[in-house]
Design a protein around this ligand. Structure first.
Ligand code: NAP
Length: 246
């Protein structure tokens, strides 16, 4: 059966799934632009057109879509990028553009896991109290919020150098999350970590640390996802591709 062909798909990106979807659409010759916020300095190459930087809020996003003949909008941003997801929802409503949210499934606790669910970084800081050596696996943008936690030592991993920003005491490791559970176990053992703080990003790319904490019997302070307005949502790039082409 022939697929239907959107005129121009705008993907709000910054995730592996968004890159995968751009590839699927480009393979079919469907015009696609991926929009990146421009925060990651070591961004990987993407199929199709790429634009970088904020739109200037909801009105700017609506104007950009109108100027570029966008027929469909896919919000494939990180589950914690709440501002742009709210903007996408409002722009789609006001601009009358069909919207699909591509949101990978959340990680789920298993029997025996010691997860402490919190709703934000403020609550995560409060939950830290019993621990001393913390693996703070939240990236670089929100480190400053932990800079006053003087009773703890932090292992901080991020892709890009955070530069001269306020941050807590501890060690910074510049790397992507390890994909092998043994590597994460080794890292946590080496630094005598007694607790992991992470956002419930979901997906496989950074899951090894969750499995490592499980195997080591370490508590996890799990920051739950922000709530977003309801819209058509799929968990995979293939699901978004089907929505766009059927
Ligand atoms: P955010 O707080 O939701 O958005 C702040 C502002 O940044 C938005 O209002 C928008 O500016 C701009 N923006 C965000 N994503 C954009 C995109 N894809 N294209 C164009 N402008 C964008 O965003 P964030 O949490 O800083 O995340 C920024 C980017 O990093 C996102 O693309 C996200 O997918 C990626 N990312 C985020 C996380 C995380 O934990 N938050 C983790 C990994 C990757 P205007 O209002 O001016 O349009």
């Amino acid at each position: 059966m022939p697929i239907s062909r959107p005129d121009h798909v705008l993907i709000l990106g910054g995730t592996r799934d968004s890159a995968h979807l751009a590839g699927l659409l480009t393979e079919q010759g469907i015009p696609v632009t991926t929009s990146l916020a421009g925060r990651t300095r070591s961004a990987k190459a993407l199929a199709g057109q790429v634009r970088v930087g904020g739109f200037g809020g909801v009105d700017g996003l609506i104007a950009w879509m109108k100027d570029h003949g966008v027929s469909h909008l896919v919000d494939a941003t990180h589950p914690f990028a709440a501002k742009i997801s709210h903007n996408a929802y409002e722009a789609a409503q006001k601009g009358n553009i069909p919207l699909c949210r591509l949101n990978r499934p959340e990680w789920q606790a298993r029997d025996g896991d010691a997860w402490h669910h919190v709703s934000d970084h403020d609550s995560a800081r409060l939950a830290l109290e019993p621990y001393k050596r913390v693996f703070l696996a939240i990236g670089r943008l929100e480190l400053a919020g932990y800079s006053n936690c003087r009773d703890h030592w932090f292992l901080m991993r991020m892709i890009d150098d955070p530069g001269p920003i306020a941050r807590p005491d501890g060690e910074i490791i510049l790397s992507r999350p390890a994909s092998a559970v043994e590597d994460e176990i080794h890292l946590m053992d080496k630094h005598r970590v007694d607790c992991l703080i992470t956002k419930n990003a979901g997906g496989s790319a950074s899951y090894a640390k969750i499995e490592a904490a499980r195997q080591l019997g370490l508590p996890v302070i799990m920051i739950d996802r922000p709530s977003l307005p309801e819209c058509f949502t799929t968990e995979s790039a293939e699901g978004a591709f089907d929505w766009l082409t059927s």
